[in-house]
Design a protein around this ligand. Structure first.
Ligand SMILES: [Mg+2]
Length: 434
């Protein structure tokens, strides 16, 4: 468990992200209630502010609210994953240019590490600047929560969204403000405390976030888990969460990282993208989901004035939802060919899987490429078994089996700023005698 003194995090979260993306290019819908529907247009997965005010609930089947929607002229859109993924990349690269350390948590949320900023800048003013810039550059409204731990930053963000008077930015670095807010929030609003957990906590008389913060961490560890104990510490301003502690939101899987060193070679980029695909698909299978949309993105550093800026993303849809690493690898390599431009020094790349389905829900299309499966009985099961076997072997010891395109050495992943020249093995790095 690591704890950093003076840690400060900002959680930046886009408001009504999918619905906001739809409104962006339709100024005529500025004041119109808008909903976005799940795949096959079955359920509501995003709502604009106006749609929320009508009482349309998240996840509700469309047929249940059809009358209401007609009555109030609600506009519905099918999910446009390519648009959302691209807008997400634009928002994230704006954030990356404002803070040196950005962790993309979901398609519309990112944590910024603001440690050390405070003596230089007022945190609320900085939050407002983030908000203003994304509004101006991407046309998307965000809320910003600032606090000494990620769990508190999440709650600060919740407060910024809930209470208009905050202006969309809440700085929760002050201890007494933390306690005031925690007292107002039910325990199930706390990050990672789901329905089941909050029921068990309530049986112990813990109803509010503040009561959880004041619980004895050792008692909580014994009766719940180390993760809940960390939550208690985080609620007290002690930073000890790494992102992996929190289950993904299941709306999308993002695998991305800044490279240890710049990539200038397409072969290395291919390795990096393959590595991210492999991790994302492993996670997808772990969550027993299938995905249909893949986005690949890559960009140069926003901080270097030497490098001309380049940032691009591209999406593609599979014929049918899948979780097979090989299918996504093949598509990713096609996207890489489109996105790759020689001459750039790439600082970051990543992949995002969206448009999730439960396995077995979708009938394969007999005429699509992937439906070769239909001609070869047993093929689908064999493919599934292969992936399960790979996951099983890699779970025991990571990278027991990997795809050739991932590369064995992955030199791009290592930070080697301090590396001395290859005096003896590279003509270009021979020691110079003056
Ligand atoms: Mg959001």
């Amino acid at each position: 468990m690591s704890s950093k003194d003076n840690s400060v995090f900002a959680l930046v979260d886009c408001n009504n992200f999918y619905a906001s993306c739809e409104k962006l290019f339709r100024p005529d819908l500025a004041k119109v209630p808008v909903v976005v529907l799940s795949n096959n247009d079955g359920c509501v997965v995003a709502r604009s502010k106006e749609a929320k005010q009508l009482g349309i609930k998240m996840g509700v089947p469309v047929f249940q609210v059809q009358a209401l929607m007609r009555q109030h002229g609600v506009r519905a859109f099918s999910s446009n994953y390519a648009l959302y993924a691209d807008m997400s990349q634009r928002v994230m690269s704006t954030l990356e240019a404002m803070a040196p350390k950005v962790e993309v948590y979901s398609i519309d949320e990112a944590f910024l590490d603001l440690a050390g900023l405070q003596p230089l800048r007022n945190l609320t003013a900085f939050g407002l600047e983030i908000r203003q810039r994304i509004q101006q550059w991407q046309g998307i409204t965000v809320c910003v929560g600032i606090a000494p731990s990620k769990t508190l930053a999440k709650l600060a963000n919740h407060a910024a969204k809930t209470w208009h008077k905050t202006g969309g930015v809440v700085d929760l670095t002050d201890r007494s403000r933390q306690r005031k807010l925690l007292a107002l929030l039910p325990v199930n609003e706390v990050w990672g405390i789901g329905g089941k957990l909050s029921k068990r906590l309530q049986q112990l008389g813990i109803d509010t976030a503040l009561q959880l913060a004041d619980a004895n961490p050792n008692y909580i560890r014994q009766h719940f888990s180390v993760v809940v104990e960390r939550t208690v510490r985080e609620l007290n301003g002690e930073s000890c969460m790494v992102l992996e502690d929190i289950a993904s939101t299941k709306k999308q899987i993002i695998s991305s990282r800044s490279f240890g060193q710049r990539i200038t070679d397409k072969h290395q980029m291919c390795e990096a993208i393959s590595e991210y695909i492999s991790r994302a698909c492993n996670k997808l299978r772990h969550e027993q989901q299938q995905a249909k949309h893949l986005t690949v993105f890559m960009r140069t550093s926003p901080f270097s004035d030497k490098d001309p800026p380049y940032s691009a993303s591209k999406s593609v849809a599979l014929d049918t939802p899948a979780s097979d690493t090989r299918l996504f690898l093949a598509k990713a390599m096609q996207l890489l060919d489109v996105l790759w431009v020689n001459g750039h020094r790439y600082a970051k790349a990543g992949v995002m899987l969206t448009d999730f389905y439960d396995p077995g829900v979708v009938q394969p299309d007999l005429f699509c490429e992937q439906a070769n499966v239909a001609e070869q009985p047993g093929r689908a099961q064999a493919d599934q078994k292969l992936m399960q076997l790979i996951d099983k072997l890699n779970a025991k010891q990571s990278k027991t089996i990997w795809f050739a395109s991932q590369g064995g050495k992955q030199e791009w992943s290592m930070k080697r700023d301090m590396l001395s020249p290859a005096y003896t093995t590279n003509w270009g790095e021979l020691p110079a005698v003056k």
